[in-house]
Design a protein around this ligand. Structure first.
Ligand SMILES: NC(=O)c1ccc[n+]([C@@H]2O[C@H](COP(=O)([O-])OP(=O)(O)OC[C@H]3O[C@@H](n4cnc5c(N)ncnc54)[C@H](OP(=O)(O)O)[C@@H]3O)[C@@H](O)[C@H]2O)c1
Length: 311
């Protein structure tokens, strides 16, 4: 894999925020295996561990000196959006952990004597909002709703890094397929119990991505200086919720005939049901494909078989 930055130098060291999370922990392991020196930007102090850098987006503290000279930064941190019902306090944490965290990180990187060559910063495919059957590329405008607004502000907060001449890559990530977290972890128990089923009318599109492909995109973005700006990180074959349901049931060899009614979802999850479960985004990875990125898991069934170990 090509891991050179725009100065032609090898990016050997990387700092990851959110490294304890589902994506971050898998990424840290992969990059270490691939010879990177990996440091973690975390909210818990670990003074005796040189690979741990402390920060706290809520208070604005950050061990800036330890970031000087690092080749690349990957920013994944943010309050989990699906951890519970969206109370006003939770919505504030979802937004502020991203705006304050990204601003703190990018302003700090911008002021370093030796800033990183590249910042790869997460965002979500929710950027586009609920768009029905429309096929969405990176040229589409920001959508409506709470999560679209979070993504817009989250991406805008990367600006200080861009202004400092750091190559900034903004990844609009779709629901990540992994049994360790995200959507799949939540729906697996009912499916395994034979009580799975489509959500609402099942016509809403899911622009999913298999975890191994997301990790490959993150590494690809580090090493390719032509990668810059916003990218949809979704497989090239988004599916409707009904198709997702049928495919997951097939992979698990379980029935899935129990549709989850819309009113029940709204009762149980409130606003989160509309934005995360009933919302439809049919996004394509147009810029990644144009850049020549090869997906290892472009089809849902193969992706599910891989991540669920049902090969
Ligand atoms: N998983 C998906 O399907 C998906 C889809 C689209 C976008 N994304 C985005 O990709 C990123 C990584 O996803 P993930 O699934 O790995 O997330 P995750 O498992 O929820 O981990 C996120 C990490 O962010 C840090 N964090 C949590 N609350 C925080 C807060 N209030 N302030 C600052 N940091 C906080 C934590 O790290 P520390 O405790 O070490 O600080 C946590 O491990 C997230 O920003 C997520 O929104 C994920």
């Amino acid at each position: 894999m090509n891991t050179t930055d725009q100065d032609g130098e090898k990016v050997k060291s990387v700092v990851i925020s959110g490294a304890s999370g589902m994506v971050g922990s898998a990424l840290a392991a992969r990059l270490s295996e691939h010879g990177f020196s990996v440091r973690r930007l975390v909210r818990e102090k670990a003074e005796n561990d040189p690979d741990v850098i402390f920060w706290d987006p809520a208070t604005g503290e950050i061990e800036a000196k330890k970031l000087d000279g690092i080749g690349a930064a990957i920013h994944l941190a943010g309050e989990n959006v699906a951890a519970g019902r969206w109370t006003a306090a939770r919505k504030e944490r979802i937004l502020e952990s991203r705006t304050q965290g990204t601003t703190l990180l990018t302003q700090t990187l911008a002021k370093l004597k030796n800033p990183p060559a590249v910042l790869v910063s997460a965002s979500g495919i929710n950027y586009y909002g609920d768009r029905g059957d429309a096929v969405i590329s990176e040229d589409d405008p920001v959508g409506k709703g709470f999560l679209a607004d979070v993504c817009r502000q989250w991406e805008a907060a990367t600006q200080p890094a861009e202004e400092a001449g750091i190559r900034v890559v903004r990844l609009r990530i779709g629901p990540v397929l992994s049994p360790e977290g995200g959507m799949l972890k939540k729906i697996l128990p009912p499916f395994l119990a034979g009580a799975g089923g489509r959500i609402g009318n099942g016509r809403q599109f899911i622009s999913w991505i298999a975890l191994p492909d997301l990790l490959a995109v993150l590494e690809y973005a580090l090493g390719n200086s032509s990668i810059q700006g916003a990218y949809n990180v979704v497989a090239p074959n988004p599916v409707t919720n009904a198709e997702f349901t049928r495919t997951l049931a097939k992979v698990l060899s379980r029935p899935a005939f129990l549709p989850v009614p819309t009113f029940g979802l709204r009762l149980a999850f409130g606003e989160m049901a509309d934005e995360m479960l009933l919302s439809s985004t049919r996004a394509l990875p147009q810029r990644l494909e144009a850049a020549g990125f090869q997906f290892q898991y472009p089809e849902l069934e193969k992706a599910l078989r891989k991540v669920l170990d049902k090969d």
